[in-house]
Every structure is written in C-alpha cells, then in structure tokens.
Design a protein around this ligand. Structure first.
Ligand code: FES
Ligand SMILES: [Fe+2]
Length: 371
C-alpha cells in the first residue's frame, strides 16, 4: 500500500520518533503474519493445561507442547522431537520430565535430553540433544511465553518483562476469561478491530451494550501514556459505548464498556484483551472481563453473567468475527482508504514499523542474537 493522505498525516504526530521500516504495510504484515518476536504472548488459560499429560497447541506459527513439570509448573517447548520429529505432545509426562512416545527419548523441563533408551539410557549423545524451550510466566490464570528472535542464544534473558496488568491478579477485580479462536482472522485484523472504537455503533447496533452513540461524526485522538501505552479514544464521546482503548505494544489492550443497571451493581466492565497469532490465518484472543467488585456484588454479576450476559456477549463477538473474516487481507491492504477515524490503526502500524526497524538494526549490529 502506498501511504495514503490519512497515514502521512499521522506518521510523525502520533507514534514515536524512531526510524521506521518503510515497506508497504502489506509486505510488512506478511512478514509479521505469525507474530513479532522478542515479545511475550498469552498462549492459553492455565486451566486448559492438564496436570498429567502434555498438550499440543499452535501459536506464533509453531507447534508447541505444554506440560507440567514435577512442581506443577507449566513448560512450553517446541512440539518436535529432535530424534525424528515426532510430536512430543503425543508422549508421556513422568518423573518430572517428558518422554517421546516413538522411541522413548526423555527430556528434562529445560528441554535437555537425559536418556536415549536405544543407546543405554543416560549417555554422552543425550547431552548434545535439546528441545527448544521458551520462558514461561503465569498471571491471572493465563500462560504467557516469550518468543525470542531467531538466532537468539537459548537461555538468554527476555528483552522485556512479561505483561501483567494490575487487574489480572488483584483481589479487588473479579471476572472471567473469555476464549475466542478466530478462524480466518489474522492477528492484525483482530488488533485493527480492537483499536477502532468507531465501529461499535454500526457493527454492534442492536446489541445489549454496544449500540449507543451520541453521534456518528467524531474524531479519534491518540495520546501516549506515561507507561508507554497509547490511549486511542473518541473525542466527542466517553462512557457511552466502546469509546476508548489503551494499546500496549505489541499485543494487548485495556478498555471499558459501560454497563446498564440491568447488569447488576459495579460500574463499567473492564476488558483486558490479549491477541496471539495461531498461524498466518487465525488468532487466539483472550478477553479477561472484570469489574472492580467483590462479595455479593461479584456473585450477583457472576449469576447474571451465566444466565443472561454471556449469551449477549457472544452475539457481539460473532459480529466481530464475521466482519473480520470477510476482509480479504491481501486485497484489502492494497486498496484501503484510511480516514481520520482510523488513526488508532495507523498508530499501531507505525509502532510495528519502528519495532521492525529497531530489530533489523540490532540484527545488523549483532547478527548472532537480534535484540
Ligand atoms: S522421534 Fe522421538 S524418540 Fe524417536
Ligand atoms: Fe467489535
């Protein structure tokens, strides 16, 4: 896409001032279709990882095996046995390690092979064999893993701390993790949607919470917050609909949805949304829906949620998924006509342009380990 007037207008005003990758967005997005490395991603809720057997999932375009070590800690490794490529997720968890089903090679939580049965078990050869493992943290019921850039030496510390929004683990905030697998939706389409408050009164017209507006003509303003995140919000409307989002580069958002009285006491619903590519054509979105309520108010909300509100939420999510899957990505990116209302999306793309340029510079300075 050649930069259109809307993009040029906000290139320097809204995002940071670093060097930017100037390729067309279509080209850049194709390169980042399965994620930007050197960042943390929320992979799955902890309660989906079984206690006693491995689980195979795909994220970031990679097959991954998740399993719990002898202490119950979740480990994330490449789901590919170094012997002959069988899926380790078909193997067995025992004695605090993971054993491949095919020939019984055994791996420690670090990914180090410690036994090759056909060679007599523990042997020198085993010392040379390791499965790629990724740093893992759990916060508020979500499993995060850090994906380093290609060429980063194994064991290198993550370049940044794992995101841990304060509401996730606060006893004052209660709620639910809502799980969406969006098929046919690249992770950028999901994020374009989350940084675009102006779609709500149209796409979600007629729904329980997202049908209200004080007017359709409005402007989007973008401000950089002290913590480095970006506020993207409507200028002419607040606390009426999905009116703002807070974008935390590269993959999570904080937003508030006003709730009517019929949703019980407790003010607006806070949504922490995290997006992770599955492959180039689908993504996993977790929406942690919270309210700052405890005690009976929380129990009342939980009751209303299960009997009534959750169904209404799925109506909204289905609308988002249908419209996002309808965007033919390759075509759409060469013929977009962005306007002022798309300023959030332009900001997001500029931040990715900067990050890609920065990683390329680091790679040039240190070809063995991009940072
Ligand atoms: S493929 Fe895993 S032990 Fe042979
Ligand atoms: Fe939406």
């Amino acid at each position: 896409m050649s930069a259109n007037p809307a993009e040029v207008k906000y290139i320097d005003a809204r995002a940071g001032s670093g060097r930017r990758d100037r390729r067309s967005w279509g080209e850049l997005e194709a390169e980042l279709a399965t994620g930007l490395r050197n960042h943390w991603y929320a992979l799955i809720p902890s309660d989906e990882v079984p206690a006693d057997k491995p689980l195979g999932i795909t994220r970031m375009g990679e097959d991954l095996v998740l399993w719990r070590d002898g202490d119950g800690r979740i480990r994330v490794m490449s789901d590919k046995c170094p012997h002959r490529g069988a899926k380790l997720s078909l193997g067995k968890v025992h004695s605090g390690g993971l054993m491949c089903w095919y020939h019984g090679w055994f791996f420690e939580p670090s990914g180090q092979c410690t036994s090759i049965p056909s060679e007599g078990g523990a042997c020198e050869l085993a010392n040379e064999v390791k499965v790629r493992s990724y740093p893992v943290e759990e916060h508020g019921g979500l499993v995060y893993a850090y994906f380093p850039a290609e060429g980063t030496p194994e064991g290198a510390a993550p370049a940044e701390p794992c995101p841990n929004p304060y509401e996730l683990e606060s006893p004052e905030w209660n709620g639910f993790i809502v799980r969406h697998h969006w098929k046919g939706v690249n992770w950028f389409r999901a994020m374009d949607n989350l940084i675009d408050p102006l779609h709500a009164p149209f796409l979600h017209a007629g729904t329980y919470t997202l049908n209200k507006t004080t007017g359709y003509k409005d402007h989007i303003e973008v401000r950089k917050n002290e913590d480095g995140s970006y506020f993207v919000g409507r200028k002419g409307q607040a606390l009426v609909n999905f009116d703002f989002t807070e974008f935390h580069f590269p993959n999570w958002f904080r937003l508030d949805i006003p709730y009517p009285w019929s949703a019980g006491p407790g003010g607006p619903m806070r949504i922490l949304v995290t997006v992770c590519p599955i492959d180039a054509d689908s993504c996993q979105v977790y929406m942690v829906r919270k309210r700052k309520i405890t005690g009976w108010k929380w129990w009342l909300w939980a009751f209303l949620w299960h009997v009534r509100l959750e169904n209404k939420m799925w109506q909204v999510i289905d609308q988002d998924e249908a419209i996002l899957a309808s965007q033919r990505v390759g075509e759409a990116l060469t013929s977009e006509y962005l306007v002022q209302g798309d300023t959030g999306l332009v900001t997001l793309r500029n931040l990715f342009r900067e990050a890609v340029a920065k990683q390329a510079d680091a790679q040039q300075d240190n070809p063995r380990g991009a940072r």
